[in-house]
Design a protein. Structure first.
Length: 144
């Protein structure tokens, strides 16, 4: 055998090893692609019902939000009506009630003063002013 024949045999062996290696790689790649195809089919099979459920859930949430919006607008209307009613009641009864209360207070003061003048001076009444007490006689001096 000559050097050319040995070189040819070496090249042929190298090509056989290379082709065998590429064949193994291609077989493994085909298996991986087949498994990936099955996985994608399974995911698609499971995703379609999930998407349908998600769509139904979103529609239900939208309906609930519409109801909440209607309730919120009704509450806002009731609040404005209550505010208007409160303002009306305050303006209608507020002034007269204050006048009646002031009149009652005045009548009580007059009756208390009248009762003090008629009653014997059993015990002098004291008023506390800024941390000290002032006798009724001194109080009358200040008013006069």
């Amino acid at each position: 055998m000559t050097g050319g024949e040995v070189a040819g045999i070496l090249v042929a062996v190298f090509w056989a090893i290379l082709v065998s290696f590429l064949a193994v790689v291609l077989v493994r790649l085909a298996q991986t692609l087949r498994a990936t195809t099955e996985l994608v089919a399974d995911v698609t099979e499971q995703a379609v019902p999930l998407l349908a459920d998600a769509s139904a859930t979103v529609r239900s949430a939208q309906a609930q939000l519409d109801r909440v919006d209607a309730i919120a607008s009704d509450v806002q209307e009731v609040t404005s009506n209550a505010s208007a009613l409160s303002t009306t009641v305050a303006s209608t009864f507020g002034g007269p009630l204050v006048k009646v209360a002031a009149f009652g207070y005045g009548v009580r003061r007059v009756l208390n003063r009248k009762g003090e003048e008629d009653a014997p001076a059993a015990q002098p009444r004291r008023t506390v002013v800024v941390g000290r007490s002032v006798s009724p006689a001194r109080r009358k001096k200040r008013k006069g």
